[in-house]
Design a protein around this ligand. Structure first.
Ligand code: ZN
Length: 84
């Protein structure tokens, strides 16, 4: 005969033990690349943005951070178009 518990565990004892087993909602933040709600510290599933860079892969959306042209380059282009 195998070893058995000496006494029955009460409903309260089981309930108190299982009180810590509830599922928790994931932490959410706003993606800096596309503005969608995404989990922090994880690559955005929409645009692949992570820490301001686009991770390799095929993403549904385009990371808007990489479309921004530097201010100096944009002003030079506008001056050239005015002179012509
Ligand atoms: Zn994103």
């Amino acid at each position: 005969m195998p070893p058995l518990p000496k006494k029955k565990h009460t409903r309260a004892r089981k309930g108190n033990r299982n009180a810590h087993n509830a599922m928790k909602l994931p932490a959410l933040s706003i993606c800096g690349g596309c503005g969608e709600v995404a989990q922090p510290h994880i690559t955005c599933p929409e645009c692949g943005n992570y820490k301001g860079r686009t991770m390799p892969g095929n993403w549904d959306r385009v990371n808007q951070l990489e479309q921004v042209t530097p201010v100096a380059a944009a002003s030079k282009e506008s001056e050239e178009s005015e002179s012509l």
